[in-house]
Design a protein around this ligand. Sequence first.
Ligand code: FAD
Length: 492
Amino acid sequence: MTDAPVLLWFRKDLRLDDNLAMVKAAKSGRPVIAVYIRDRDQSPLMPPGAAQRWWLHHSLACLHKALEAAGSQLILRSGDPERVLLDLAAGSGARVVAVNSVPDPAARAADARIAATLHAHDIAFHGFDGALLHDPDRLLTGSGGGYRVYTPFWRAFNQLGPPSPPLEAPRNWRSPATWPVSEPLERLGLLSAHPDWAVRFHELWTPGETQARTQLHRFLDAKIRNYDTDRDRPGIDGTSRLSAHLALGEISPRRIWQAVTSAEPQGPDVAASIDRFHKELVWREFCSHLLHHFPELAVSNWNPGFDGFGWREDGAGFLAWTRGETGYPIVDAGMRQLWQHGWMHNRVRMVTASFLIKHLLIDWRRGERWFRDTLVDADPAANAASWQWVAGSGADASPFFRIFNPTLQGEKFDAEGTYIRDYVPELRGLGNKFIHKPFEASVAELAAAGISPGKTYPMPLVDHRMARTRALAALSDLKDVSDGIVKKTGSS
Ligand code: FAD
């Protein structure tokens, strides 16, 4: 029976390194058939958005190359995973399917169904972990629930001890005598012509496992020492930019954790930066644990006290926001960065999300969906948890009444206007005094900078003060919300 192959089903773990399912499949001594299944019917797994599909296309090409270099192949199929796996098993004689679990309750439920069907056909379904640093069911409060507040989560995380070390990729494994037929990558329909994301994405991104490792080492060599201060400056390339690689599992969090932990501290500043970076990785973990305990995170207020919030329907406002035409330079720069490069700096994600929610009073779920479709790093847990964090409806959230002033945020975090000039070229001619508030410049100053208000650059969509007052009024209209917040977040 050892000639019956193992089907190694790749999902959000598009790497050979630190891949437990792969190690186990190789160790079994059986031939290994690697497969990726594109489920067009949008299974319960949150389907990848358009920008991430671009990444996925190229990532699959890289994985295929890596497997080929190791004398293997990646079989591509589209269809319902259950049916495809049964098909492949019938054709190849496989009796085992090995997968790394996807840390998403909907995916777990789907896996349970698939496992039951396969079992009925005498095929074993073996799931392994590796997408997170610690198992959400092991990191629980004294009362056995999930953590709701980050700081105690961080403490408990550290008390569990360091995450287990990453596994090396298996050196060799057996191939089947005959390979199942694979669909051409192009047939999976991951690339779109309208819009053609590739136009500007290639400037910034190279998907794939090899690049993920290169990116990690580049970050450790050149950027980590100033991470603690640079990470909040959108005009500086000061963060790791590993999020998209992480989102599709081209690199594991354990590999990153280990590399960062063993980086030389070289003084207190670097130690602070390493600590800060660890904390960000644990934010990712915190978001995933929240989703684990609250599967509705992307669609329902984590704090039901927000359920009756008086959101506005504002189609024109939403469109202006998506296009980066709000008249607030930091918001517009962020939304254009997102459209052009499929990524946005974290500080600006907070500012743009806050603007949609609090200045325009548009439901956070619309923003969450827009980000999900346009971010290359879209992650069901981090995206939903962060949107709810900004909205004030989430776990350990920023209170709704804390309303960012987009002008002050720009002046504080992009004092030289570098970021604005990169993404809002029509404002390049303005000096630093008005780069974040062109609406306060005189007609002569604007004319000197070649700006015609309302024509070359929009007037503000809303007045900041009016918007702030309106948002606070909407909050006070929401009965019992403060009670709800206290009840939900008061305990850890
Ligand atoms: P670095 O600063 O280098 O951080 C390293 C890693 O830590 C990141 O790759 C990421 O995995 C994790 N991380 C950092 N900050 C956060 C955070 N605040 N929350 C959770 N994890 C974090 N991140 C996503 O990966 N996918 C998303 O869909 C996503 N949506 C967001 C939506 C909003 C409204 C906001 C405010 C934040 C969102 N984030 C999301 C978190 C954060 O903005 C990105 O993880 C970060 O900007 C990615 O860049 P980086 O890899 O250079 O980060």
